[in-house]
Design a protein around this ligand. Structure first.
Ligand SMILES: [Zn+2]
Length: 384
């Protein structure tokens, strides 16, 4: 007997083991009665233990609920303990989905085409290419008002000749008896999952994101404890940012926008100062040295090194070689046929160097320090 249907609040159960056998490296058990819901209808299976042996999976095979255990239980008595927080979480998300789908259909005519209950969030795909911000807000508001109304969720079975008597939200492909989950007087859905007993047990329903998906809209949502956890996380983010910037939560957006603007302004100033500094550095180098100019700028980026090389060559004619961390940047403006890209290909690549360039500008990177050292020595003898 599937006690998860008749009493979804039952968390412990003494029952009998009807069948117990190995299959591959797993051990399977069939029970006289069970509180463990098997994967199905978009809802993941329950977890827990049987005789303190952890349950790994629960599935349905030919109408029988099969429990997968780490190893075989002893005897024919079974003491089942349900992982209640996981089950309650699944019931909150699943019942919340009924509520949200019903509201979207009732108020906007958007059908729910599919449902997925994930580990972090749940999604429904609804029959509209776009759900406006106003519609999202309105659907969320109405779903939560139904939560506050504490409507009972009823489950019952209808025979085929009784099915026309209720306004089913979705007509299933199945023939025969239908298990109906009713949000009293509001929504009637055929469903084989487990549900809470009243809408208030769903807790807060929160839409967190909507995106376009195959001509439909995928609505991401959270219910119950997941909404509370999400609120905690977001509050923590707001509090830590507020304390970092010394502003109240409501002033955060404008303050962050201001900080971003300031940062861009400062970056511009730094760039101008760097250019000035490089020009001064170039002047001092050209005043005391002759080409080829060797520089070490271990912390510079390639772009900064190239900028420094250009600032030197703006003042004089010659060749600049800048060594960075595991890398060289080379540049020249001499009226000769020196081709730096070709030089890298011929001299650096055989030493493991990766890079290249054109006649007047090139760069090379050495993953191996040995290649870097050899090329460094070669530069002074072969290039010039
Ligand atoms: Zn359901």
């Amino acid at each position: 007997m599937q006690r998860y249907y008749t009493d979804p609040w039952l968390q412990e159960l003494h029952t009998k083991i009807l069948d117990s056998f190995a299959e591959g490296d797993r051990h399977l058990v069939v029970l006289e009665e069970t509180i463990f819901y098997p994967t199905g209808g978009g809802q993941p299976h329950d977890l827990g233990s049987i005789n303190q042996i952890p349950l790994l999976d629960v599935f349905e095979r030919d109408g029988t609920v099969v429990h997968v255990l780490e190893h075989a239980p002893v005897g024919d008595e079974a003491y089942c303990v349900l992982d209640w927080s996981r089950r309650l979480d699944h019931m909150q998300q699943h019942s919340g989905q009924h509520l949200l789908s019903a509201v979207l259909q009732e108020h906007f005519g958007y059908r729910t085409e599919s449902f997925h209950l994930g580990e972090d969030y749940s999604t429904i795909d609804i029959s509209t290419p776009n759900l406006s911000e106003e519609e999202q807000r309105s659907a969320e508001q109405q779903a939560n008002e139904l939560v506050f109304s504490n409507l009972p969720l009823l489950t019952y079975t209808l025979k085929p000749n009784e099915q026309a008597s209720v306004p089913l939200r979705k007509i299933p492909d199945l023939e025969g008896d239908l298990r109906i989950v009713e949000i009293e007087g509001f929504d009637y859905s055929p469903c084989a999952g487990t549900h809470v007993q009243s809408t208030s047990q769903i807790g807060l329903v929160k839409i967190i994101k909507c995106e376009k998906y195959k001509g439909m809209t995928r609505v991401y949502f959270l219910c119950g404890n997941r909404s509370l956890e999400d609120y905690r996380r977001k509050q923590k983010v707001c509090l830590s940012l507020g304390s970092l910037l010394s502003v109240s939560e409501s002033d955060l957006p404008s303050r962050v926008a201001l900080e971003v603007e300031r940062k861009q302004e400062l970056e511009k100033q730094i760039e101008e100062l760097q250019t000035e500094l490089m020009d001064l550095h170039a002047q001092s180098i050209v005043a005391r040295e002759e080409s080829p100019f060797f520089l070490e700028l271990p912390k510079a980026t390639i772009e900064e090194a190239q900028k420094q090389a250009r600032s030197i060559l703006n003042l004089t004619t010659g060749t600049v070689i800048i060594s960075l961390d595991e890398r060289f940047v080379l540049m020249h403006n001499q009226p000769n046929d020196l081709h730096l890209g070709q030089f890298i290909r011929e001299k650096a690549q055989p030493l493991g160097g990766r890079g290249g360039g054109n006649a007047t500008s090139a760069q090379v990177y050495f993953p191996d320090p040995d290649g870097y050292d050899k090329f460094s020595k070669m530069l002074k003898t072969d290039l010039l």
